[in-house]
Design a protein around this ligand. Sequence first.
Ligand code: UDX
Length: 406
Amino acid sequence: MRVGIVGLGVVGLATGVVLAEQGHNIVGVDVDENKVEGLRCGRSPIYEPNLKEMLDANASRIKFTTDYSELSDADLVFITVSTPTVNGRIYLGYVFDAAKRLSDVLRRNDSIVVIKSTVVPGTARKVKEIVKNDVVSNPEFLREGSAILDTKRPDRVVIGSQSKEAGDVVENLWRFTGAPVIRTSWEEAEMIKYAANSFLAIKVSFINEIANLCERLPNCDVNVVAKTIGLDRRIAPYFLNAGLGWGGSCFPKDTQAFVSFARDMGERLRIVEAAIEVNRERVPRVVNMLKSLLTRGKVCVLGVAFKPNTDDTRESKAIELIRALKAEGYEVVAYDPKARTEEAKMVTLDECISSSDAVIIATEWDEFRGLEERLKDKITIDARRVLDPSKMEASKFRAIGLGVQT
Ligand code: UDX
């Protein structure tokens, strides 16, 4: 099929390369000329495992352009533009702009417009009014850091459509994944995406509150609690890692947009609101942990990406931590294997550790595991639980969710 992708962020690129690998011909459109130029030269605008390799391997079936008219005879076009939260509310301008431009260029009335961007319920219905062609809502559940894998092997494929035929086309496109397909209305598909992300954010905030309590109890470790409650299949072990809280391009903006959307509809999502509040308190708690051991000096923050295996720093808790430490008067240096920030001087791992009075682990990169020997004599806060507490000097070590060991 001829597949268009509008918006070349992580979702658009992962969708494009995976469908190209399946033999489809892809036209990727973005308004950012630099990004398109870079992609034409084989440069990936983001670090994402396997993305560069997939772009190279499927280059003959992928074309990048800023020109919407190249989509004029596409069989289907995915909208994968960003939907930022502005003043606590979702901003849908990029989605509607893409829809308007598609309505101008699509020559065939059987071209299908597929919305993959995260949008509040009711959006597909509005897009249909703009484009007139069939519209399908096909939300994406991929995680940064494993975007290609998640696109190829999703837990489920959600297809929200009014037209059965249009839904069938999109269902066939994803059949190779082998994932269960759930056919829904537009509104259900849109709601599923927000409910899924909010539930995961709630899970993390829940275990973070349990962690707070564990810190007050002798010999109590949240990791033991999380691992054990996770054995109950109704709870499941995933998204129960206590830490510095959730960040990234999705959870913070989606939970906020969902709460505002609900309020606009005359309802409250009190549990989601509480999860957001708990998440807001993570960084101040870690700063207080440090204060109990060191009141001034130089701090090394290990990790600035919002999570490992990505160079994405959007809404990164590590960067929020750096800002909070600076506001408290600490000098801050940082190290990350892939990500960069202007907020702190970026140095090598060795320099970060050796030049500082205290170390805080803010992102759980594998590279930070096994550092116990080097950190043993240093004030260390493990805010992502990557170190083995039994190998650390108790008087100089604090970790999220770990009570005093007696
Ligand atoms: C998320 C969803 O997982 C994905 O389905 C959706 O499509 C987009 O949003 P992503 O933002 O890439 O994906 O990251 P994810 O792995 O979900 O982690 C989100 C945040 O939660 C990160 O900051 C991570 O560090 C934090 N987290 C996650 C925890 O603190 N503890 C956990 O147990 C899991």
